[in-house]
Design a protein around this ligand. Sequence first.
Ligand SMILES: CC(C)(COP(=O)(O)OP(=O)(O)OC[C@H]1O[C@@H](n2cnc3c(N)ncnc32)[C@H](O)[C@@H]1OP(=O)(O)O)[C@@H](O)C(=O)NCCC(=O)NCCS
Length: 398
Amino acid sequence: METAWKAGLEDVIAARSAICQVDGAAGKLYYRGYEIGEVAGAIPFEDVTALLWHGELPSPAASAQFASRLETARGLPAAVADLLRTLPRDSHPLDALRTAVSLAATGDPDVRSSDPEANLRKAFRLMTLVPETVAAWQRIRTGRTPVAASASVSHAAYFLELLEGRAPSREVARVLDLVLTLHADHELNASTFAARVGVATLTDLHAAIVAAIATLKGPRHGGANEDVLAMLLEIGDPARAESYVEARLGARAGLSKHERGDPRVRVPGFGHRVYRVDDARARVLRGMAKSMAEATGRQKLFEVAERVSDAMRARTTLPVNVDFFSAVVYDALGIPPDFCTSIFAVGRVAGWCAHALEQFADNRLIRPRAEYVGAAPRSLAADQRRRTETSMASSSKS
Ligand SMILES: CC(C)(COP(=O)(O)OP(=O)(O)OC[C@H]1O[C@@H](n2cnc3c(N)ncnc32)[C@H](O)[C@@H]1OP(=O)(O)O)[C@@H](O)C(=O)NCCC(=O)NCCS
């Protein structure tokens, strides 16, 4: 064995990628070399996606062409809409999304081809399929009918219109555009890694995205988003925040390492495998959360979040992560807790596709080794003989 095992592959370099760089010590994130704080809000999410997929900012003509390809890909396949109507209403939105993408694969005209052009066509379709499914499912599970949306609006506005059934204000569309940009990519996070592992077997792009969605759902990853909003709503009053954190962290005393891994004795929205300090996205999201909360009269929830953050800072060195203040932004947008991770997926599908395309372009099967810690080689025949002898001896005694 060449390398030593590291739990959770911590700090292990498992791919070479030119898409996204994370500087955990400085709390910085770069998309193709551009710092996220500079990118977010300065260019639309469509251009961010083009940058992630193609490596450079698109020219005005290329940007228009990219947006038009996204627009052409719009339209929820009828089979997917039918499928969503048959799902139990209490299905988790990410389960609905995963199932929908799986079904869409079977009807995709390029399902049997993974050549670069076919993959690009599929990537455009997936970029629109995800928000369309997320919005349709939210409407269906709340007893409403999916609606169509205006043509020639931004990706963010298109999604919001599908969700609400009316065109969003410019300000709300701008906020969502920024949120999507902040979530668009994050190097080898667990869901992106799952997608790359899938692609490396030369499975198809839809299959890789299904693996990514399945992985995003977990509370250690995107699922933390919904846990944060549920927690903040449960606390409800800023005055209760400190005692809540105290109790949740206090509940860890006396637990084993394994028990301390339970999400119920962690404070969601804190801690990160790579960042040692609060990251740039969390800083941008805090500012957005504050102004959105003020604009929508949800300051109390923002205040709860601030108090939780202060209490965590006083007791731990864990950084605030992207899921913490984004939950406050989602609340101000009227998004319920169990829907937060779906918004994450609407943004992250851009990064999943970028990484999948990169993996397809220069692929080798991803197949690491395990450090074997089980029983030493032993003889089945000898063990069976021993078992037979033992049972014969005990039955002759009785
Ligand atoms: C993100 C996360 C999964 C990173 O995990 P990791 O790098 O494997 O770190 P570990 O799970 O080994 O945690 C290291 C220590 O910090 C503690 N810790 C990490 N995050 C914590 C949190 N949010 N609340 C309380 N304690 C936390 C762990 O319990 C562990 O302490 P222990 O050894 O005494 O048990 C982890 O920080 C977490 O579970 N955070 C909450 C969920 C979340 O916000 N996820 C979204 C990530 S963007």
